[in-house]
Design a protein around this ligand. Structure first.
Ligand code: PLP
Length: 344
């Protein structure tokens, strides 16, 4: 099969139009079959609840080329379940898990020329979107929904891939309220974080590191990713918080770390503990592991990786995780699902 004419090694983490996307509609109590659409515009009522009241949510999943030329989906059922949790929290109609997974398989087959070649470091990013589309003015849940799923070949989220990044703790802007919706993947959480990320970028940092909004004391997560640290006594620690997104990547890393013999602690992580970190990282589907070079908090910069190099434990975790995703490491967890590209 001929691949699209793309410079795979230089791909940024950005949107690129592919062959088609899929659309599903929820109307009169049931979901439709997939509609294959080549145009990348969608048509919805300007009075849709997703546009006015943020009744919108999404997911992010990666697909890799397997060594045998098929495609490998990484833990897609976790994303299906998370979208169902998100939808339930903001009173939307979720697409059932099986239909969600089938939509990925169909989309990948129809866009197989856009799956980056094995070993290129790039992947096919899958973006499912759920939208409330009933035209209404009152603040009420929509009756009708649209599920859109599209894909785009992408390179690393943070330029430089494994090059360590600098984080800024921004205390004057909260991403999510305690008892709010920070634990689900609703678009509004990202709008709330734009100011903080812009401020961090403008000041020369790569991303923001949020503290919990109630006490401004415990680490929550970074803008687009969870946070973990390897302590000087060799533990994998990661924040437990009701206002962060339960990350599929972090969950996988905790399991791999435990199997590597590390003690894993998911608990409140006080920002004052930063001096105990031997390594730190931001982790997520897009970021994979982005090692953290430094954390700046109240005008003080704590340097975690002085030589601006990824630490040995983070590198081992990264190699294991990306090896499983790409099918070059044994997947004893059953996390990957092979998508045969010949079926329709
Ligand atoms: C706010 C936030 N936290 C964490 C993550 C990481 O989650 P996952 O590993 O499931 O991609 C993401 C990205 O998906 C995110 O947007």
């Amino acid at each position: 099969m001929k691949k699209a004419d793309i410079n795979w090694a230089e791909l940024p983490f950005a949107y690129m139009k592919t062959a088609c996307h899929l659309e599903y509609y929820f109307k009169d109590g049931k979901w439709s079959e997939a509609k294959v659409v080549e145009d990348d515009k969608i048509t919805i009522s300007m009075a849709s609840t997703c546009l006015h009241y943020g009744q919108e949510c999404f997911e992010g999943i990666k697909v890799f080329e397997a060594p045998n030329g098929n495609a490998l989906l990484f833990r897609g059922e976790q994303n299906a379940r998370r979208m169902i949790r998100t939808a339930n929290k903001i009173l939307m109609e979720p697409l059932p898990e099986k239909a969600f997974l089938d939509s990925i398989y169909k989309l990948v087959r129809l866009n197989k020329q856009y799956i980056p070649p094995a070993g290129s470091g790039a992947s096919l990013y899958i973006r499912p979107l759920l939208l409330g589309v009933s035209g209404m003015i009152g603040v009420k849940p929509s009756k009708e929904y649209m599920f859109v799923i599209f894909c785009s070949p992408v390179g690393p989220y943070f330029k430089g891939g494994l090059k360590p990044i600098k984080l800024l703790v921004e205390e004057t802007i909260d991403r999510a309220a305690p008892d709010g919706i920070g634990d689900v993947k609703a678009g509004g959480n990202y709008a709330a974080g734009l100011r903080a990320s812009k401020k961090a970028h403008d000041l020369g940092y790569n991303e923001v590191l949020y503290l919990d909004a109630r006490y401004k004391r415990y680490i929550d997560e970074s803008g687009p990713a969870n946070f973990f640290a390897i302590t000087k006594d060799g533990k994998y620690i990661t924040p437990k918080s009701d206002s962060i997104l339960p990350s599929v990547t972090n969950d996988s890393l905790m399991i791999i770390a435990k199997d590597m013999g590390l003690t894993v602690e998911r608990r409140q992580v006080d920002i004052a503990e930063v001096s105990t970190f031997a390594e730190a990282g931001c982790c997520g589907t897009a970021a994979v592991i982005s090692p953290v070079e430094s954390i700046t908090y109240r005008n003080e910069t704590f340097v975690i990786s002085p030589n601006s190099e990824v630490g040995p434990v983070s590198l081992k975790l990264y190699n294991k995780l990306t090896g499983i995703q790409a099918g070059t490491e044994e997947d004893k967890y059953g996390w990957t699902r092979e998508i045969s590209l010949d079926e329709k």
